[in-house]
Structures are given as C-alpha cells and as structure tokens.
Ligand binder design. Structure first.
Ligand SMILES: [Zn+2]
Length: 409
C-alpha cells in the first residue's frame, strides 16, 4: 500500500485492531440473520510525510452507501460549539449579505442554520438523504453530492466560489485527501478562508484514543501534515486553534498560498510542539499497540468483575468510537446487555459487530443500572449532566478511555 498523500510505500503498521464492521453500520433486527461484512482495521504511518492512515480495504462507497444514522443535532455539546463558531467566524471575516458560505458535510444543518438566520447566503454539500432533508427543512440549501474537485469546478463555473468554506469533521473522513484539497482550492474565492476541524493525531497518541480509529476515519492529522497537503494544492495554513472537541482537535484556517495575510505565530508554535513530541519519528508510535491493549484488557477485567459481583452495567452512547472499543475487546451482550442513545434513528437497532441492542435513555430509570459506561467519553460531562438522576439509586458513571475510571465527573 502507498501513502494516500505522498505515494511513498507504507511500511509501518503501528495499530492492528483485527477486523471490524464499518462503525456506523447499525443493524436492524432483520439484519441480525444475515452475514455482516468485516474489514481489516489497521493504522499505518508514512515515514515521508507522517500522514497516519487506515489500511486500504474496500470501496469507500461500501461505508457510506447505507443510510448513515449520524445526526449532528443530537449532541448539545456539538450544537453549542457550532453556535460559538458561527458567531466568531462571522465577525472575524466580516461576512454579510454578499458573502457565500459553503459547508462540506453540512449534515442536518446544525451549523448553516446560523448563517441562514444572519442573512448570509450559504450552501451545504451533503450526500446523505436523511440528514440533507433535515437541513432543507431548516431553510438550508443543500447540494446532495459528495464534495469533489469536479463539484467545485461546476460551482465555480456558475460563479459560486466561497468566502468561507467550512469542513467540520469531514477532512479526516475523505478517502482521497489530495483530490478533496484540490477541490477546496477551486471552490475558494480569492481572499477566502477555509476552516477545517479534525481530531489532532498528537492527542490521539498522547491519550491512547485508539477507539477513534474506524474505517470511515481515513486520516489522522497533524498540523505539519495538513500544511504539507495544503501546500501541494496551492493553499496555506495561516492560523490554527486547539479545541477540546473529540479529545483534542485542531481548527486549521487556510487561504490561497499567495494570499497577502501573514501567518499567525500559533502555526509555528504548534509545528514546533509536534516536532518536540516526536510526531515525525517512529518512536512516538512504537508503544501505541501495547497501550491500546492495556486499555482493552482493563475494560474487560472491569466488566467481568462487575458481572461476577452481580452488578448491572449499562452502556451509554452508540457512537462510532464505542463500536471500535467493543469490537476490539470482543464485548457482547453477556457483559454489556444494552446501550442507551438519545438518537431516535439508532433506537431499536443493534450495534455492528457486537449486536448489542440500542435502547432509549428512559430505560435507565426503569432498570436502574449500578454502572453507566459512557462510550463517547468526549461528551462525558453532557451525559452526566443529563442523567445525574442515576446517582439517586447509587448508580455510578464510568469511562474506559484514556483509562478505566469509575465514579467520574
Ligand atoms: Zn506520505
């Protein structure tokens, strides 16, 4: 296999999670009687450009072809994040009625609705029918396609280039990152800005967030690698912010390479920190598998101990990262009988691989579990705040990453 950015041969697998079904392939009761596809789940690091990437395995259309059940508006934490971003960027770039905002992966309109409300023209690009329909019902215009260079060229030919292009948690999910970045270059007006948010690979390594690895998440990015990918496409990273979302993300601000804006000192500072933490040396990646295995073992030991003590453990949050964790650990219903999730689109379905049923959160009050294991640890505070009544019967919250912890928050 060759690096998806620079084409160098990939010789370093530093995480092998065996094989797993696509993380967002939630199953219906009828699906449980049919075979389920499992694909290898491995991470490579490129020794030339340091892009961390999943192994090639299948056509990407196999992953996103079915009705993808993720709706951004289900998480209040994420909605608040979008509200703050929209306000900040509108002021920072001075966006108004003559501007155009394009969001790639507009999902259910969770973000662009703020620009619609402010009278700023916008266009969402979203291939998934269910979320696109939800966005349109909020008054957000949607182009129902995957973003690509060809789509960008078509838009540019009709005079549609953006003052702001937003990509929140899409950049790491595109199979051909070079082509996608070329598309951004084409879709961006002279003087325009692109902002991309993605989990920071430096934090993934630091906090052993191996459960954020799944097939649909093709690239694990550092500022250094993104700067390099931008450079090849004729773009430049002129600012960067570190965010708390998803256990540590970056928001990279890009512009055309020849843009007059100067580059913020925060870019150089973060590049230096990545260097200092060894992101460009194989040693930084060498003990990751052992650390991931320890986390997995600790979770298994915890669940087995709870079962032997006659305790009842419920899962919370049917998120992609939970599926990676449960499938790697081989956890089934005997150790975790069900997982609650607020998304009605997931309720009544089953987690891929583990086949653990997904139930509405109201079940917690009925069944009164001793422990609620929060799988999407990045929204622990939100889950605990919404379900603090669990403590009324002596229930406790637990998380497994970055270390097994009970009684958290
Ligand atoms: Zn490379």
């Amino acid at each position: 296999m060759k690096c998806r950015h620079c084409g160098a041969p990939l010789e370093h697998v530093f995480l092998d999670l065996g094989s797993a079904p696509p993380s967002n392939a939630y199953l219906t009761a009828a699906d449980l009687n049919a075979p389920e596809s499992h694909l290898p789940l491995k991470l490579h690091v490129c020794e030339r450009c340091w892009l961390v990437q999943t192994e090639d395995y299948a056509r990407p259309s196999d992953l996103f072809g079915r009705d993808y059940a993720y709706f951004s508006s289900v998480s209040q934490t994420w909605l608040d994040h979008a509200t703050r971003y929209a306000e900040m960027i509108r002021r920072r770039l001075g966006l108004g009625a003559k501007s155009l905002v394009i969001e790639v992966g507009a999902n259910d309109g969770y973000l662009l609705k703020h620009f619609v409300a402010a009278g700023i023209p916008c266009l969402g690009i979203e291939p998934t029918a269910s979320t696109a329909t939800a966005a349109e019902s909020l008054g957000v215009p949607i182009l129902r396609e995957f973003f690509s260079k060809a789509v960008a060229e078509r838009l540019a030919a009709t005079g549609k280039q953006a003052d702001l292009i937003v990509g929140n948690n899409v950049y790491a999910h595109v199979p051909d990152i070079n082509e996608f970045t070329d598309g951004i270059k084409v879709a961006l007006k002279p003087g325009g800005t692109v902002t991309l948010e993605f989990p920071h690979v430096m934090r993934l390594i630091e906090h052993t967030q191996f459960d954020t690895v799944y097939h649909e998440h093709f690239s694990y990015l550092s500022l250094r690698t993104v700067s390099r990918i931008f450079g090849k496409a004729g773009l430049r990273a002129w600012d960067v912010e570190e965010l708390a979302t998803h256990g540590g993300s970056l928001r990279v601000y890009g512009c055309h390479s020849d843009d007059a804006r100067s580059t913020s000192p925060s870019v150089g500072a973060l590049l230096a920190e990545e260097e200092r933490r060894g992101m460009c040396k194989l040693a930084a990646y060498s003990d990751f598998q052992a650390r991931a295995d320890k986390l997995k073992d600790d979770l298994l030991v915890f669940l087995i101990e709870q079962k032997r003590a006659g305790k009842h453990v419920a899962g919370y949050g049917a998120a992609a990262k939970g599926n990676t964790l449960l499938n790697y650990a081989g956890i089934k219903q005997d150790l975790l009988p069900y997982v609650c999730d607020a998304a009605t689109s997931k309720q009544g379905r089953f987690l891929p691989g583990s086949h653990i049923p997904i139930l509405p959160p109201g079940v917690l009050r009925e069944r009164r579990p001793d422990v609620v294991l929060i799988l999407p640890w990045n929204i622990t505070e939100e889950v605990v705040a919404q379900h603090r009544y669990v403590r009324e019967w002596g229930g406790q919250f637990a998380v497994a990453v970055p270390r097994m912890r009970i009684g958290c928050a």
